[in-house]
Ligand binder design. Structure first.
Ligand code: ARG
Ligand code: ZN
Length: 870
């Protein structure tokens, strides 16, 4: 059934307090929900009825105001209990049974590696007990958990108020959470765990105990997560004046988890991959990711928990905002320019393709069948871009004023995206209604900026925006597009310009485009003179659009070398590389001229003493196939992959002498000492091996067993597509070394699956029989099948369609156990609009095969949308 955003109805009853009783046994779990209900004064004159959702639950008892209802009179239907003719206020109590021990969907209460844990967002609570499972029903929870004493930890949200012995070898704990919350933020964990403890003193002097629970033996791997947590708590105080609001903050790491992590109030639950990390087992990139996810979940305490979503259409209210906040935290903690390049890479690789696909949707969707399918790059990453545009428009202080008003108005309630935009607008006395349009329109706007022939010291730009039609068929009105820009002279220096002939000059301007077309002149302050101005457009990626400009290759090289905006230096390199790859993939171009020009540019960059190694490394990251595809119609992902590899080899050749210098012992050891240096070393090693340098191959082969995981994995990755025996030797050495470490083995699976040499369909089938593979563990599925689809275009998009057929078989199998994962992993099969008819037909056949197998609601929504659109 399709739900529509316009169909929102407030709940007829509020829950004044909720008492849960959860009693875990090996073969079943008993759950009592005792709810104090009272009529919602804001619900109008609706009937006195109330829905308690329940899914796969067995009801045992039901009472209203302590009066037992006979089994024959239970008002049960497919969605749960439908109570009618309720008194104005009453207490409803239900007792039901659920089965965590057989729950493979990893939603609700389930077993993960011997511990019980929960995942309730968005609608998992209804698999635990009968409850009005919607985010606008917020209440105070008191929770009693009981289990065998073999499970010492009985954890839930809030404060621990009582513990004690229960009958025959059992014990209990009672938790009280003073902050009202919706059911999706409930959590409980029962297990035999080890705990890392620390504390944080908040700005107002509250001493908060910090606990990170992990499986036994792993407590030594929690230091980075703990440190990240403390720095996040401090940052939110400094930047937004937001303090933590309980005496205890807990994180639990679980091995089986559908997503990255979950912000349950006071009890965050994490995929263990994003907690357990040190420099021997995790790369610098992994450590960075751990830090940003810890921060993200912590930041949700205010943007998500204290103020939550009225309904799930508003998901970006908390997710877009919290991603924006974690991006700001990372930028402040590391390097702003590298962070922006990373964020935009992700947006282009994951969100732009979504906008071109059958599952396109606005950041605030208009309809859905299964809300789990909307935890997307659009809601998260594009949502963050929309917040970023408004934040830039208001300025740092203006945005802070808006956030302050948002919390002042809405603390403790469940609100909409409109409420958020209104708080930003009202606090700054400014009209943001144009930006609100970004919430209702799907699609990536195309922005064309072209120079109009004109006088010497005046440059005139014509701006034009077009919004492509998407599968979501939402309106396509012009949106406000802030275009940050500046100009460079022939020597690469910034040239101040003014917007009117005698206006104030500045090195940089923000042109806020409000209509479909716009013309703007810029007057160089130097006046007259024979200045050749190179425009630097959309600096810092000031809007999430596809930019088409009229810059020449020479001008892009000029920006790559000299722009004051580091994002645009990076982006100039991206465009130059993409141009070269696309030309080589389509024209049989030998790449020589393009590679020579790029090598020269890279050579200068390597020589720039003031530039961070981390930034230099990010300049070497060539755009991926999912980004390159957007340039062609039809696109051949296999040809693009090979052309990309050829460019890598050509750059390795063109820079051979300088790479050799960097790889010499002393220089190499110097690079190995810092994270930026390691990133740069790995980038150069990759180019060296691509160019078949014997020195690079030898160093990579030796570096495979380095104690530092960044160096080790960098070496394996450099060798991974090489046909030399060094590849196989390196991968098996890595395998043998980490066989006992399930998390590091995920890296091995991933590298095997991504290898054009090793990652064939036949090989993937073998990998899935490996003792370290677990078909019920989403990380393992992502490491083998996810990595294959996103990182192995040659075999996934194989001519004969074998890659698609293999994935379809796997998805049907996965779907019978875990619909969230199958519905997520099917997405690459739906991204067919760019391909030729043969590939399209093969992908459609794979989807029809899935559709015929009677997929889950989750998977059916995606598959049927795609079949209908093609
Ligand atoms: N709110 C979580 C986060 O952004 C993600 C939970 C998503 N869960 C899901 N079942 N889709 O950190
Ligand atoms: Zn989130």
């Amino acid at each position: 059934m399709l739900k529509h955003r316009s169909g929102y109805m407030p709940p007829a009853y509020l829950v004044i307090a909720a008492h849960l009783d959860i009693s875990i046994f090996d073969d079943q779990t008993l759950v009592t929900t005792r709810l104090e209900l009272t009529k919602n004064p804001d619900a109008g004159t609706g009937a006195n009825e109330m829905r308690l959702n329940g899914r796969d639950l067995e009801l045992k008892r039901l009472s209203i105001d302590n009066i037992e209802i006979a089994k024959d009179d239970w008002p049960l239907d497919d969605a749960g209990i439908h109570l009618t003719n309720l008194p104005e206020s009453c207490v409803v109590e239900s007792l039901s049974v659920c089965h965590p021990e057989t729950n493979t969907a990893l939603e609700g209460l389930y077993l993960s590696g011997g511990m019980y844990c929960t995942q309730c967002e968005p609608e998992g609570f209804r698999r635990i007990g009968f409850y009005p499972d919607r985010p606008d029903v917020m209440t105070i929870f008191t929770v009693r958990i009981e289990a065998d004493i073999a499970y010492p930890q009985l954890l839930s949200n809030g404060n621990l108020v009582e513990t004690g012995a229960a009958s025959e070898g059992r014990h209990f704990a009672v938790w009280h959470d003073p902050h009202p919350k919706p059911s999706y933020l409930f959590a409980c964990v029962v297990g035999d765990l080890e705990c890392a403890e620390d504390n944080f003193i908040t700005a107002s002097g509250r001493d908060v105990a910090l606990h990170i629970y992990v499986e036994k033996g792993n407590v030594g791997l929690t230091g980075h997560a703990m440190d990240s947590l403390k720095r996040s708590m401090k940052w939110d105080e400094d930047r937004f004046g937001l303090e933590y609001d309980l005496d205890l903050f807990q994180i639990v790491a679980v091995s089986h988890f559908n997503m990255g992590a979950m912000e349950n109030k006071g009890l965050n639950i994490f995929n263990s991959k994003f907690v357990l990390a040190d420099t021997n087992t995790a790369t610098d990139t992994d450590l960075h990711r751990v830090e940003s996810i810890v921060a993200h979940e912590y930041f949700h305490n205010w943007t998500g928990n204290r103020v939550t979503c009225r309904d799930w259409f508003q998901l970006t209210l908390k997710e877009g905002l919290t991603v924006y906040r974690d991006q700001c935290f990372s930028a402040d903690t590391h390097d702003e320019g590298v962070q922006r390049a990373d964020d935009v890479s992700l947006l282009r690789a994951a969100q732009f393709p979504e906008d071109r696909s059958p599952t396109a949707h606005p950041i605030r969707p208009e309809s859905y069948r299964e809300i789990n399918n909307f935890y997307t790059a659009t809601v998260y990453e594009k949502g963050a871009e929309v917040i970023r545009m408004m934040a830039a428009f208001l300025g740092r202080d203006g945005f802070r004023k808006g956030m302050d008003l948002y919390f002042k108005r809405h603390d403790g309630s469940a609100v909409t995206c409109d409420d958020f935009v209104a708080a930003l607008a009202d606090s700054n006395d400014i009209d943001l209604s144009g930006f609100a349009r970004w919430y209702e329109q799907a699609g990536t706007p195309h922005l064309s900026v072209k120079r109009v022939a004109g006088g010497k010291a005046t440059i005139t730009l014509d701006f034009e925006q077009t919004l492509p039609e998407t599968a979501a068929k939402t309106p396509r009105n012009a949106v406000p597009i802030p275009v940050r820009l500046g100009f460079l002279d022939a020597a690469g220096h910034p040239v101040a310009t003014s917007l009117t002939p005698d206006g104030v000059s500045a090195d940089e301007h923000v042109v806020l485009m409000q209509t479909a077309t716009h013309r703007q002149s810029f007057h160089a302050a130097s006046g007259g003179g024979d200045v050749a101005l190179t425009p630097s457009l959309l600096r810092n990626f000031s809007a999430p659009v596809v930019l088409a400009d009229d810059l020449s290759t020479a001008e892009r090289l000029h920006l790559m070398a000299h722009d004051t905006d580091r994002f645009n230096r990076w982006d100039a390199a991206q465009t130059l590389a993409a141009d070269a790859i696309v030309a080589a993939a389509t024209g049989g171009n030998s790449l020589d001229a393009d590679a020579a020009a790029l090598s020269g540019a890279y050579r200068n960059i390597l020589g720039e003493a003031d530039l961070l190694d981390a930034f230099k490394a990010s300049m070497f990251a060539l755009p991926g196939v999912s980004v390159l595809e957007s340039r062609l119609k039809p696109a051949d992902p296999v040809a693009l992959y090979h052309a990309r590899m050829r460019l890598q080899a050509a750059l390795g050749d063109g820079l051979a002498d300088i790479i050799a210098t960097y790889l010499k012992d002393d220089a190499r050891h110097a690079l190995q000492a810092s994270d930026g240096g390691r990133a740069l070393l790995n980038a150069l090693l990759m180019l060296g091996v691509a160019a078949s340098s014997a020195q690079a191959e030898d160093i990579a082969a030796a570096q495979v067993l380095d104690a530092n995981m960044t160096l080790s994995q960098g070496a394996v990755m450099a060798l991974n597509n090489s046909t030399s025996t060094a590849r196989d030797v390196g991968l098996s050495a890595f395998h043998d070394r980490w066989l006992d470490n399930p998390l590091v083995m995920e890296k091995w699976f991933q590298m095997e699956s991504m290898s054009v040499v090793g990652g064939t369909v036949a090989r993937l089938k073998t990998l899935m029989q490996h003792p370290s593979f677990d078909p019920n563990n989403p990380n393992k599925l992502r490491a083998v099948l996810g990595a294959f689809m996103s990182g192995n275009p040659v075999h996934f998009y194989a001519e004969d369609g074998s890659g698609f057929a293999f994935i379809a078989d796997c998805l049907i199998d996965i779907d019978s156990r875990n619909p969230q994962i199958s519905a997520r992993m099917v997405l690459p099969l739906t991204r067919m609009s760019a391909y030729d008819d043969r590939r399209k037909a093969q992908m459609m056949a794979a989807l029809r095969q899935i559709d015929n197998a009677k997929p889950s609601n989750d998977l059916a929504e995606i598959v049927e949308k795609t079949l209908a659109a093609n």
